[in-house]
Design a protein around this ligand. Structure first.
Ligand code: GLY
Ligand code: MN
Ligand code: MN
Length: 441
């Protein structure tokens, strides 16, 4: 891998050039990008954990720095107003250091109000990107998140720089290492809460620094798609384990899911079949293919597994057409990933933000973009035994095609999801998650 300093340099230069071109196109002389202000808990004296705005993090890996600002003009280095208060209640942010300061005119302030000194004098040609603060509210003539500019920025964000890919790869390495620790804890019979804590510790991060709430699900809890309860008590017997957990590096995220069984039974065979299906799905990706087509192909492949295991006696095509496959796989195949776990711009048809929603038959698909070089996606097929969805099928016109006794026997295992983070290259696909696991072997 090229040196991260070099990659960051290329990233920031390209980003600035693209954003300056958009500023010209939409007639803005300055962009002002606040990192944001912490949000106070209602009638309390504490704040929710703070994360710098993603507009800010696109430029600088300062993931938890409030009351700071980027001021970007057409020429020269952008100004970075860096808030470093003297505060004996809290740790003082470190002095500006790392790969980024060389690219900015860094102005350290110790008082929030001082930021005003670095704002453009004339706010009539300014666009503010992100949540307003007391400082940006004084820019009375500024455009507040103009959609023209935001849509173009969000559209472009789907194409990752090599620096961004290197950061996501590192986030995958951190997560893969922790997934291995979690698997061991599961095999040792630990509770969901113990597995979760072992996972967090293994990433060397704090819980509030996780990219999303870990999904650590034993047995039938694996059938709850966003299960985040984390029971403190271990079940009498753990028969299966679904873990969906990532990590973050420089503000970029990973999002990985694995499923395990304790016995070599039919559920374990289903896991093997789904793992193979997921790898085949990734191997089949054609550069510039529509993500929706890959999602529909995945439905057919999962339906073929459902048929092969004798769970439903219908052809894969009729399962997909009738919605039966969606009973077992009721979410999208995946999403764009980057500075946000579910990265923005997934349902745009163009840079102007023309909506391109998924068809009614696949309402939860988060991206309809084509899979172009430089784009990063998750690929996360699933197969679950979900009470409420199966109950509806039991009353429906296809009920007799279902093997209800087999389904009953599989329900205690919950479900299966296998999720990797990939980058589409010109003639290949980089699987950051599988590569990160392989590095551990
Ligand atoms: N962890 C949330 C997701 O997979 O999209
Ligand atoms: Mn996930
Ligand atoms: Mn995901």
């Amino acid at each position: 891998m090229a040196d991260i300093t070099e990659l960051y340099s290329l990233h920031i230069n390209d980003l600035l050039a693209r954003h300056r071109q958009l500023m010209q196109q939409f007639d803005f002389e300055y962009l002002v990008i606040p990192s944001g202000a912490p949000i106070r808990i209602y009638m309390d004296d504490m704040d929710y954990p703070f994360k710098s705005s993603f507009h800010f993090r696109t430029y600088v890996p300062l993931t938890e720095l409030p009351h700071s600002y980027l001021v970007i003009g057409q020429q020269g280095k952008p100004t970075l107003v860096y808030y470093q208060p003297e505060d004996y209640w809290h740790a003082k942010p470190s002095d500006p250091q790392g790969v980024w300061p060389a690219h900015f005119d860094v102005q350290v302030i110790s008082d929030q109000q001082q930021a005003s000194e670095f704002m453009p004098q004339d706010s009539s040609n300014v666009a503010v990107l992100g949540e307003h603060t007391a400082i940006t509210s004084k820019l009375t003539l500024a455009a507040d998140n103009p959609s023209s500019l935001i849509n173009a920025i969000q559209w472009q964000r789907a194409y990752k720089s090599e620096y961004e890919i290197a950061c996501m790869f590192e986030a995958n390495r951190m997560a893969a290492k922790a997934h291995r620790v979690a698997e061991q804890a599961f095999r040792a019979g630990k509770s969901e809460q113990q597995i979760h804590l072992a996972y967090v510790e293994a990433t060397s991060c704090l819980e509030h620094q996780m990219p999303y709430s870990n999904i650590v699900a034993l047995n039938q809890n694996g059938a709850v798609l966003h299960y985040t309860e984390c029971q403190a008590q271990a079940p009498q017997q753990s028969v299966s384990f679904l873990i969906d957990a990532g990590a973050s590096f420089n503000g970029y995220h990973s999002d990985i899911t694995r499923t395990y069984a304790t016995e070599q039974n039919e559920f374990a065979e289903l896991i093997t079949a789904m793992d193979e299906m997921q790898r085949n799905c990734i191997a089949s990706i054609q550069t510039n293919q529509a993500y929706l087509d890959l999602h529909v192909d995945a439905h057919l492949a999962i339906a073929a597994i459902i048929q092969r295991f004798g769970i439903v006696d219908m052809t894969p095509e009729s399962m997909v057409e009738s919605g039966v496959s969606a009973t077992f796989f009721p979410h999208g195949l995946g999403h764009l990933i980057g500075l946000q776990v579910h990265d923005v711009g997934g349902q745009f048809a163009d840079q102007n933000g023309m909506p391109n929603p998924p068809p009614e038959s696949h309402p939860f698909l988060r991206t309809t973009r084509s899979m172009e070089p430089g784009m990063a996606f998750t690929i996360e097929p699933g197969l679950y035994f979900i009470d409420s969805l199966l109950a509806t099928q039991k009353q429906g016109e296809f009920a007799s095609a279902f093997n209800w006794s087999k389904i009953e026997a599989l329900m205690p295992f919950g479900g299966i999801r296998i999720e990797d983070d990939i980058v589409v290259r010109q003639d290949s696909v980089l699987n950051m998650s599988r590569d990160a696991f392989a590095e551990l072997d």
